[in-house]
Ligand binder design. Structure first.
Ligand SMILES: NC(=O)c1ccc[n+]([C@@H]2O[C@H](COP(=O)([O-])OP(=O)(O)OC[C@H]3O[C@@H](n4cnc5c(N)ncnc54)[C@H](O)[C@@H]3O)[C@@H](O)[C@H]2O)c1
Length: 284
């Protein structure tokens, strides 16, 4: 998508962190942005901040782990802006619990917000992008954890899922004029470690598996991640990369090279698995 000015974007998790960075960078490029979030006060503040820069933005409250609320947010976007060109499935939560700690509620919450919202986002907004015949872009936020399962299992699983969904749909949606990108951030300075603030009541049992509740995640990785995120990359820089990724239809939007060697090591281990059986003839 070469010319962004005048396009319409729908961004989830837009009240904070990376979603706010993406909304800001798109608005600075002249994109009209419908900002969606579960947290009303933070969303109001984010919108009024952007409006002061003359950005054409508006907001809608939705819990994206509920399909009906995402559908209502899409309806509100069409009513307000009349079209959608860019979908950014960014809302996400960190948590779910490590082995021995995880709960059904933790898994359901994490899968609902991090993965099903992306499935439903594509299902609901894909046809809206197709409808005007000018094509568009879908960007979904996964993580380095979508290539390297280093955090807690529910989070890793959802982020691998977002990578799989994006890679698979990229080929399928290309003939329909829709580009598909997956954003895989490293450590970004956001409120992700405070995800417990947004646990919907129906997943209340998940609060203890976020690392902020009773079962504090004291794993070495969680301690290191907390520190790294506190001093992480500026979310607006990530937003600017996403804007560039949309303009260039990048398949993968990475934010930095910190985990590149570890991901390459994983690929080398996969290759070693193939090498181990090379030359053997399968019995049919
Ligand atoms: N911060 C990092 O280092 C990092 C690294 C890799 C991936 N990510 C991913 O980036 C995305 C954005 O997270 P962030 O780091 O900006 O954290 P953040 O907590 O600052 O922002 C997340 C936003 O999502 C919203 N949200 C949470 N649950 C929601 C729900 N059910 N419905 C609607 N909105 C909801 C929150 O209110 C918040 O505004 C997530 O998908 C996260 O997994 C973050």
């Amino acid at each position: 998508m070469k010319e962004l000015a005048g396009k319409v974007a729908f961004v989830t998790g837009a009240a904070s962190g990376i979603g706010l960075g993406i909304s800001t960078a798109l608005a600075q490029a002249g994109v009209k942005v419908m900002m969606c979030d579960i947290e009303k006060d933070a969303l109001d503040d984010a919108i009024s901040g952007l409006k002061q820069t003359n950005a054409d933005v508006d907001g809608v409250i939705a819990d994206v782990s509920l399909k009906a609320q995402l559908q209502a947010a899409a309806d509100a976007t069409m009513e307000r802006f009349g079209r959608v060109d860019i979908l950014v499935n960014n809302a996400g939560v960190g948590g779910g619990g490590r082995y021995g700690e995880w709960t059904d509620a933790g898994w359901e919450w994490t899968i609902g917000v991090n993965l099903m919202s992306v499935v439903w986002g594509i299902e609901i907004f894909g046809p809206l992008i197709e409808a005007h015949g000018e094509g568009g872009q879908i960007v979904s936020t996964a993580s380095i954890a979508g290539f390297l399962p280093v955090t807690n299992p529910p989070y890793n699983v959802t982020k691998f899922g977002v990578v799989a969904l994006s890679e698979g749909l990229r080929t399928e949606l290309e003939p329909r004029g829709i580009g598909v990108s997956v954003l895989c951030p490293g450590f970004i300075r956001t409120k992700i470690m405070d995800s417990a603030r947004n646990v919907p009541d129906r997943f209340a049992g998940a609060r203890d598996t976020t690392g902020e509740g009773a079962n504090l995640d004291h794993s070495e990785f969680a301690e290191m991640a907390r520190e790294a995120i506190a001093h992480g990359i500026d979310p607006l820089y990530v937003g600017e990369l996403v804007r560039e990724g949309i303009e260039g239809n990048w398949p993968y939007i990475f934010t930095d090279n910190e985990f590149e060697p570890a991901i390459m090591e994983r690929f080398a281990n996969v290759k070693a698995g193939f090498d181990r059986i090379r030359g053997r003839v399968p019995r049919h």
